[in-house]
Design a protein around this ligand. Structure first.
Ligand SMILES: [Zn+2]
Ligand SMILES: [Zn+2]
Length: 454
């Protein structure tokens, strides 16, 4: 099957509704402006026992704080860690008898039963003990009722009270809107900066309309709140949605370039898009249609805290508070990393200048990527066959190699690129010099600036 980009979009644009440019315009930031700002390290996508992460909430938050992070959003699946009493959580739905209801009268928060024959979930003795070892035996409230051991989860506000520290560590409320379209392709989106959840829309046949409606429902519900919407892990479980979803949803400003839970087998499908190319496909389209560019975030989406995080985001802001961070993110004053850091990133409207923050001796390379105005926008698709237990059947988009080309590279720790008249945009990526330069998002360690255009 082959169709041009125009053909491909024509039919669906008719049903996808009006494309609206949302939020602040993409702004360049000047060098002198960044003087009093700091780079704050954070992660806005993670899970704990409130949903299906294996760490107790306090163990999770403490992990980030004690590992040099400045801000986090414990974005549990379809849940905000609020005060109201409940027993049910993602993956855990115990039978609540009148005896249990009575025993917890007047209580608050989520009381999750420990995993046993009657209840299977991720809350085991091991994770309770992990928190007790760190914070003391009495730090975890537990109660035996009706043959079950219930464990109380700390609420968002209790965690904020315990861990927040002015200008050092901030907690941002939010949740991951988790669900899928009718054929089970997963469409997950984070709402960051909000406390109220709403039901995941059902019965959609494609991710594009589902994402658009979820975005719109959020915009209505959170009117007046400065919050962030992110489109999560398109590659998970296996090419679950394609670049066209973010071409048709131009209102979505941020996606996850790097996320822990990625399983697609690039070797098996060398023609399938990779996350960096996904990003360039969307931005080539947006830049050539004068829409706001797609920004990239690094998230670890961690469920298992025994393994190290694989990605994070640094945001440059004057103050460590929710508004300053969200404003900086929406202005593109952030970068995505899986191991390297920028000391400085500046764009004056024409020239992108970057400087690597060298923390480990070695040789480094700066790579500038972009797309030329006369690029070939053709979209082709291919189908993958279902491999039982490994990967499902998918329709995967593929695009021209003219999208996301290497514009220049500099061996060293400082460099710049000035936009040429035929460039749509430019972005920089930094890697160790031994990296073969052709690994897309799997380059490690690496860091990625946002895309910039005149
Ligand atoms: Zn997810
Ligand atoms: Zn997640």
């Amino acid at each position: 099957m082959q169709l041009t980009r125009r053909d491909f979009l024509r039919a669906s644009l008719a049903t996808a509704g009006t494309i609206v440019a949302a939020n602040a315009p993409f702004k360049a930031f000047a060098a002198q402006e960044s003087g009093k700002k700091r780079w704050f390290k954070g992660n806005l996508h993670m899970h704990n026992q409130w949903s299906d992460g294996n760490a107790m909430p306090e163990f999770q938050i403490d992990w980030y704080k004690s590992h040099g992070y400045n801000f986090v959003c414990p974005s549990d699946h379809n849940t905000f860690q609020a005060e109201n009493l409940r027993f049910k959580s993602f993956g855990s739905n115990p039978k609540i008898t009148p005896e249990i209801s009575k025993a917890f009268e007047g209580e608050t928060s989520l009381w999750k039963p420990m995993s046993c024959e009657a209840v299977t979930n991720k809350l085991t003795q091991e994770f309770v003990k992990e928190a007790q070892d760190r914070f003391g035996e009495d730090s975890v409230q537990m109660r035996e009722v009706g043959g079950l051991t219930f464990v109380r989860m700390k609420t968002f506000d209790e965690l904020a009270e315990q861990f927040e520290e002015s200008e050092e560590f901030l907690m941002i409320p939010g949740f991951e809107q988790t669900g899928g379209v009718v054929d089970k392709r997963a469409v997950h989106m984070n709402f960051i900066g909000v406390r109220k959840t709403f039901p995941f829309p059902k019965n959609y046949e494609d991710p594009i309309a589902l994402m658009s409606d979820t975005y719109d429902q959020g915009a209505e519900l959170y009117d007046g709140i400065n919050y962030l919407f992110t489109a999560n892990h398109p590659l998970w479980r296996f090419y679950d949605w394609n670049p066209s979803a973010l071409i048709q949803n131009a209102k979505v400003r941020v996606f996850e370039l790097s996320n822990n839970g990625i399983h697609a087998d690039f070797k098996q499908h060398p023609d399938g898009w990779k996350p960096e190319q996904f990003w360039d496909v969307v931005n080539a389209w947006r830049a050539s249609h004068d829409q706001q560019l797609l920004l990239a975030m690094g998230s670890d989406d961690r469920h298992n805290y025994a393994t190290p995080p694989k990605a994070w985001t640094r945001v440059r802001a004057e103050k460590l508070d929710q508004d300053s961070l969200i404003n900086a993110i929406m202005a593109g004053d952030m970068y995505c990393s899986n191991g390297l850091d920028f000391e400085d990133v500046n764009f004056d409207g024409k020239t992108l200048e970057v400087k690597i923050d060298v923390q480990e001796e070695g040789d480094y390379r700066i790579e500038f990527y972009g797309t030329k105005k006369d690029y070939d926008p053709t979209c082709k698709t291919f189908e993958t066959q279902e491999v039982k237990g490994v990967s499902p059947h998918r329709v995967v988009e593929t695009y021209s190699d003219q999208i996301g080309v290497l514009l220049d590279k500099i061996e060293g720790v400082e460099g710049s690129y000035t936009l040429k008249s035929d460039d749509l945009y430019v972005r920089a990526k930094i890697v160790k010099a031994e990296d073969d330069g052709n690994q897309d998002w799997r380059s490690k360690p690496a860091a990625w600036t946002q895309p910039y255009r005149s």
